[in-house]
Design a binder for this molecule. Structure first.
Ligand SMILES: O=C(O)[C@@H](O)[C@@H](O)[C@H](O)[C@H](O)CO
Ligand SMILES: [Mg+2]
Length: 403
């Protein structure tokens, strides 16, 4: 069997997506997500100018050998651009292999480990009251796990708050927007927010919160301790995770579970966090952590240390990634939860898919492959529009902070 062609499809049905399509001499093709929010064209070039020429003529069944070839053969290893490009190739090859086998991807990985994939929805509001209402609305819709994010009194623009339009999209404008930040105001506000949310929603709903890299380790310890009475499912990205050892200071002060990893792109980024059990959930994804092949390795390492998966699933990860993730989630033994920020109708129309949401669970579907396709004609109607993620500055003196 041979790869005969591969091409990158860039489209923007409400937001930018980058999709790799690999065609073979058996008439079967596979697709993979290569979207890197705010740096999309870097991955397009990495694929078109450097990777695709090396793929033509190779046997698409040799998924592992091609993964090793692209990882070791680049010499310059790891990084979000490289690993997103490798991920797109890997996902497309798994899609092809499953289609050739005539089975849904989860069967090829090892079969079903659960009846469905528990997902968490995104409730957010401009203030605590609006956020509580949104959490209750998600409970009504059947979610068993709900992330809550709210505006912070005294801050203008805060991560995760979509305001009137319920779909949250952080990449805005063709230059980075500037948000303001005050840790003091955030730490004053957040414990009260979750007391109100837990009071309203009752004891059975899993509550999650994304700190989005903004605290120091000791501040994260403070927040985790303040949230203990709420019994959070997790506190996400409490502090920047380049320094994995720093998480021991959070662990010293709180038992609130911790989730990290959506911006990680290889097993090396999370090795210490997992082996020292400094986290409870690993958030690495199919699209940014080297595809199914590498994500399986991360999940297997995590399973040795009772760390569970909690894959990132924001709308800037395309429906192709969501499809592949749901097959992974259906198989992976140490599954925790899957993030699910619903894509808009425009986005979903470009990516016909097999999955469905039912009472807080997602089901990946039974069609061969990962169950997602791309309507190239429709995609062509939505040309790329440069968009950046915002930057964050401390409100009192403008210091550039973590967004
Ligand atoms: O947990 C999450 O979903 C967030 O961290 C993301 O919304 C993140 O801000 C975006 O994926 C960045 O592109
Ligand atoms: Mg996050």
């Amino acid at each position: 069997m041979k790869i005969t062609a591969a091409r990158v499809i860039v489209c923007s049905p409400g937001r930018n997506f980058v999709t790799l399509k690999i065609e073979t001499d058996q008439g079967v093709y596979g697709i993979g997500d290569a979207t890197l929010n705010g740096r999309e064209l870097a991955v397009v070039s990495y694929l078109e100018d450097h990777v695709i020429p090396c793929l033509i003529g190779r046997d698409p069944q040799q998924i592992e050998d091609i993964w090793q070839y692209l990882y070791k053969g680049a010499y310059w290893r790891r990084g979000p651009v490289t690993m997103s490009a490798i991920a797109a190739v890997d996902t497309a090859l798994w899609d092809i292999k499953a289609k050739m086998a005539g089975m849904p991807l989860y069967q090829l990985l090892g079969g079903r480990s659960r009846t469905g994939v528990m997902v968490y929805g995104h409730a957010n509001g401009r203030d605590s009251a609006e956020t509580v209402d949104e959490v209750l609305r998600h409970k009504e819709e059947g979610y068993l796990a709900i992330r809550a994010q709210s505006g912070v009194p005294g801050l203008n623009k805060v991560y995760g708050v979509s305001g009137a339009n319920r779909l949250y999209e952080p990449a805005d404008g063709n230059l980075p927007g500037e948000h303001d930040w005050s840790t003091e105001k955030y730490l004053r506000h957040t414990p009260g927010l979750f007391e109100a949310v837990r009071e309203a929603v009752g004891p059975d709903i899993h509550l999650l919160h994304d700190v989005h890299h903004r605290l120091t380790p000791i501040e994260a310890g403070q927040l985790g301790k303040a949230l203990e009475p709420v019994r959070m499912f997790w506190m996400e990205d409490p502090t920047p995770a380049e320094n994995q050892d720093a998480f021991q200071w959070i662990r010293h002060h709180t038992t609130t579970p911790i989730a990290v990893g959506e911006i990680f792109n290889s097993i090396w980024d999370c090795k210490t966090l997992i082996e020292k059990q400094l986290i409870d959930y690993i958030r690495t994804t199919v699209v940014h952590a080297g595809g199914i092949t590498h994500l399986r390795r991360i999940a297997d390492l995590a399973s040795l240390y009772q760390v569970r998966t909690g894959c990132h699933g924001a709308t800037d990860l395309s429906p192709v990634c969501m499809g592949a993730a749901l097959h992974f989630d259906t198989w992976v033994p140490n599954f925790g939860v899957q993030e699910y920020m619903p894509h808009s109708e425009d986005m979903l129309s470009v990516f016909p898919h097999d999955w469905r949401f039912e009472r807080g669970m997602m089901h990946c579907g039974e069609s061969p492959g990962h169950g997602v396709d791309i309507d190239e004609k429709l995609a062509a109607k939505y040309p790329y529009q440069r968009a950046y993620l915002p930057v964050n500055r401390l409100q009192h003196d403008g210091t550039l902070w973590n967004w």
